[in-house]
Design a protein around this ligand. Structure first.
Ligand code: ZN
Length: 302
């Protein structure tokens, strides 16, 4: 049973928006692509877990904190008496391990060793369980999900699931009977309540409102070439249709996430969308979907 769904992190969403509206430098672009790739891998793993059998709780994307140390768990599975902590990596190509370090064969670049990160998370998680007075066996694994990935020089006792082992890993999990009780549920709820919504490790490029390209873009091909026809926007690039109301709401959400300190007003959203819309259309959409505060010219929405 899925108790906490996975969604894109604010960091990934913001990077996506920025990538469409400004020129990221090479480092930023690299980081952005890695975030996209990481998320893609996690979603792929979620799909495999859809066939999970027996009674289990699945909690995705947990960010926990213990004594000022933060640790993240991509997927946490509670089964009878055992908790799996899973870190998902969508690395591609050939890598090798050498004295505790992970390198790419092709570029020689060093990656953060996911096994060390996993061990740290496991230690902190055990302490947290102890503090909450629960006893479970903890098993943690790094799952390399990408079929194009190979790892050299990994010893057999490492907590690694290679692409060729992922299906077997799930099969073995399914072959273990599991019945959950009230205390399991209580722990799951407790963990979800401890989730930290604000990730202190998010790194974003510097950007300002002025610097970003204004306008509405297609949600299919991301082209800014949008025309209004009847009650829809039509993309000149790919022909995709989207209702005006939906486009305004989508861009208002984007504005909100990019500029949490700026107020949502008819004028601001009108300027942000920078398209031949009637101001009254923007006004109507905001009024219908948000709560208005203030009066007349000073009205803003939340
Ligand atoms: Zn398009």
């Amino acid at each position: 049973m899925l108790l906490k769904e996975r969604t894109e992190s604010d960091e990934l969403l913001i990077m996506r928006y920025l990538n469409r509206r400004m020129k990221l430098d090479e480092k930023e672009k690299f980081r952005y692509m890695n975030l996209e790739k990481g998320y893609e891998g996690e979603v792929k793993f979620d799909e495999l877990l859809e066939n999970l059998q027996e009674e289990r709780f699945v909690i995705n994307d947990l960010l926990l904190e213990l004594n000022n140390s933060y640790f993240q768990i991509d997927t946490l599975i509670i089964s009878q008496g055992i908790i799996h902590l899973i870190d998902i990596k969508n690395f591609e190509g050939d890598c090798y391990l050498e004295s505790d370090k992970l390198f790419s064969v092709k570029t020689g670049w060093e990656y953060k060793n996911p096994i060390n990160q996993l061990k740290r998370s496991e230690t902190l998680f055990s302490q947290l369980l102890k503090k909450l007075k629960y006893t479970y066996l903890i098993k943690s694994s790094v799952v390399f999900i990408n079929p194009e990935f190979t790892l050299y020089q990994a010893s057999m006792d490492q907590p690694i699931i290679l692409p060729s082992q992922v299906n077997r890993f799930i099969k073995e999990l399914n072959n273990t009977p599991s019945k959950l009780n009230y205390s399991d549920k209580e722990l799951a709820q407790k963990l979800i309540s401890l989730h930290q919504p604000k990730n202190p490790f998010h790194r974003l490029p510097n950007f300002s409102y002025e610097q970003l390209q204004k306008g509405v873009y297609c949600n299919h091909c991301f082209s800014f070439l949008m025309l209004i026809k009847n009650h829809s926007f039509v993309c000149k690039n790919c022909g995709n249709h989207e209702k005006i109301k939906k486009v305004i709401l989508r861009h208002t959400k984007e504005y909100q996430l990019l500029f949490p300190d700026r107020k949502i007003t008819t004028n601001n959203i009108f300027e942000w969308c920078n398209v031949e819309l009637n101001q009254s259309t923007v006004y109507r959409v905001l009024k219908e979907n948000y709560t208005a505060f203030g009066k007349k010219k000073n009205t803003y929405y939340e």
